[in-house]
Design a protein around this ligand. Structure first.
Ligand SMILES: Cc1cc2nc3c(=O)[nH]c(=O)nc-3n(C[C@H](O)[C@H](O)[C@H](O)COP(=O)(O)OP(=O)(O)OC[C@H]3O[C@@H](n4cnc5c(N)ncnc54)[C@H](O)[C@@H]3O)c2cc1C
Length: 511
């Protein structure tokens, strides 16, 4: 079963795959970790190193979630900007946060060295730049905020790129690596330290009983003293956290170019911003370029991959675009991730909503959660606490998304869907409406149809067909299902409900 979208990241060609079994029977442990991305694996490795008995499960193969689809930038800048970080959270919290990002890069470097990982980890510079006068002030603001934070950086008039730029802030000691190679290696070391890893095992539910956490999975029950929910968004099933987390998609191409660019991380002042790096030390002329972000489930006409290709061709001499892919990321209402104990359960912890910075923040979160479980102080705990309240910053965004969700919840049920089953091209899916019933229909390459209810199993919004990845995506909280309705990311815990194909025939006949 392929629990994924259509496009494969460039990294997949350069990484092995894991083959851990699924859970075979009921099991118990100190700490159960849900999610084999960088967050869950970092927490599991840190706990295993400290002698904890860990079980990690993933509904897919290790690293095949967002981590394997990321672009491997490791930097201590942050998506909401240093200016906003200081403005919303104050200098002290902003310093703690940026320090944690820097420490995360150091940890990744340390583990690369001590475990002799082959993840092409390289310390390089990072460059935030404006292409023209419109972006100069944004860069200047970041330079001012970086100065307040006493961040090591240089203000430059241009970025070292083969096209015109108007201003740049250059940060030393950032890094790049191959994210898939890194996380697969972490999983092997967890296993060698005695940790148990089960793939193709989905958490369906959890609850507390007699001081233990009982986790129900597709292949049996796990009993644990602590539970880490490292699924990238809130897997808690509670609206209080979910209503503060918002889903987005980011798109990436690999572009073969004739230009040589300085080996650095680059991101610009566009909204949404474009981000660029070289693919690897061996392939310096293959550029990994990301951007064209949009909200999950947004099915506007514009093709984000074409946007990226046009962007690349306007700036570089592009000879080929050998791969392209996309994936989902989550932002929070006030801009910072939620990492820590969930307010309503004693030994359940969550790590979610890193914006586009989850490789450093996922590492920081994994280390933080292992500190919390081990009873060690970590100054980041207060800054990222899921219990924090920032109504001034978070309120407008929450209100915006409540309206967005309400609109989808109602409008997507009453909309007119023009497709009939016959009109669906092979290999595509569509919402079709017969009488008052909306159906999600996927037609495979041979023309065989799979009919599903389009009602998301999380909170009941209508999923949309994502024609770029051939997935069903929920615009409300970011649940994503493959073309056959199997959950592969986001908060839903169950697949889309199947409907017999004859439902369509019967309803068509009635019509
Ligand atoms: C296109 C793109 C590019 C990016 N580039 C960068 C970058 O360059 N630098 C950076 O810092 N950040 C980047 N990010 C963000 C970063 O990739 C993520 O924030 C980070 O990988 C999240 O890691 P994670 O371990 O929390 O989640 P994931 O890697 O998504 O892992 C979560 C795992 O949980 C599993 N799971 C979910 N639900 C269940 C369940 N019910 N039962 C069992 N398993 C479950 C999933 O299968 C998945 O494997 C990028 C994001 C995108 C979309």
């Amino acid at each position: 079963m392929d629990f994924d979208g259509k496009n494969r990241p460039y990294w997949y060609e350069h990484a092995d795959t894991t083959n851990f079994p699924h859970l075979m029977e009921n099991a118990s442990c100190d700490t159960a970790v849900i999610g084999g991305g960088i967050t869950g694996l970092t927490a599991a490795l840190a706990l295993s190193q400290a002698g904890h008995d860990v079980i990690l499960i993933d509904l897919n193969r290790i690293g095949r979630g967002t981590t394997g689809h990321s672009t491997g930038h490791l930097d201590n800048h942050y998506d909401i900007g240093l200016t906003n970080l200081v403005k919303y959270f104050g200098l002290s919290a902003a310093r703690t946060f940026i320090h944690a990002k820097r420490h995360a890069i150091d940890c990744i470097e340390d583990w690369n060295k001590s475990y002799r990982l082959d993840s092409d980890f390289q310390r390089i510079g990072g460059c935030y730049y404006a292409e023209d006068a419109d972006g100069v002030q944004a860069v200047q603001d970041e330079i001012d905020a970086a100065n307040k934070l006493e961040l090591n950086m240089t203000a430059c008039n241009t970025a070292p790129l083969p096209f015109e730029t108007a201003k740049a802030m250059c940060l030393p000691e950032q890094a790049r690596f191959l994210p898939m190679v890194y996380v697969l290696a972490l999983s092997r070391f967890i296993f060698l330290l005695g940790g148990r890893i089960y793939e193709m095992t989905r958490m369906e539910d959890f609850h507390e009983q007699h001081g233990k956490i009982l986790i129900e999975t597709t292949h049996g029950r796990i009993e644990a003293n602590h539970l880490i929910l490292a699924g990238h968004t809130s897997l808690t099933g509670k609206l209080s956290l979910q209503s503060r987390i918002f889903p987005h998609m980011s798109f990436v191409i690999a572009a073969q170019v004739e230009d040589e660019i300085e080996d650095a991380l680059y991101w610009d002042t566009h909204e949404p911003y474009f981000y660029t790096r070289i693919a690897s030390t061996q392939e310096p002329r293959l550029l990994i370029i990301g951007g064209a972000d949009r909200q999950t489930g947004d099915d506007k006409e514009e093709d984000p991959f074409q946007t990226l290709e046009a962007y690349a061709r306007q700036r570089y001499r592009v000879s080929a675009v050998p791969s392209r892919w996309s994936h989902e990321y989550f932002t929070s209402a006030d801009g910072l991730p939620f990492v820590g104990r969930v307010p309503w359960a004693d030994r359940v912890y969550v790590a979610a909503a890193y914006s586009g910075d989850g490789l450093t923040l996922g590492t920081a979160a994994g280390l933080l959660l292992s500190d919390i479980i081990a009873g060690r102080d970590n100054p980041l705990a207060e800054v990222l606490s899921p219990e924090r309240v920032k109504p001034g910053v978070a309120g407008p965004k929450v209100a915006h998304f409540v309206t967005h969700i309400g609109r989808h919840f109602v409008k997507d049920r009453i909309s007119h869907y023009e497709y009939s089953v016959e009109a669906i091209p092979p290999g595509e899916g569509r919402l079709i409406k017969i009488e008052d019933h909306v159906h999600a229909v996927y037609k495979d390459a041979e023309g065989k149809t799979t009919v599903m209810s389009p009602v998301c199993r999380h909170m009941g919004c209508i999923v949309h067909w994502n024609r770029f990845e051939q997935t069903w995506d929920c615009p409300c909280h970011g649940g994503r299902y493959n073309c056959y309705g199997h959950v592969f990311t986001g908060p839903p815990r169950n697949p889309l409900k199947r409907e017999p194909a004859k439902v369509l025939e019967a309803r068509t006949a009635l019509h």
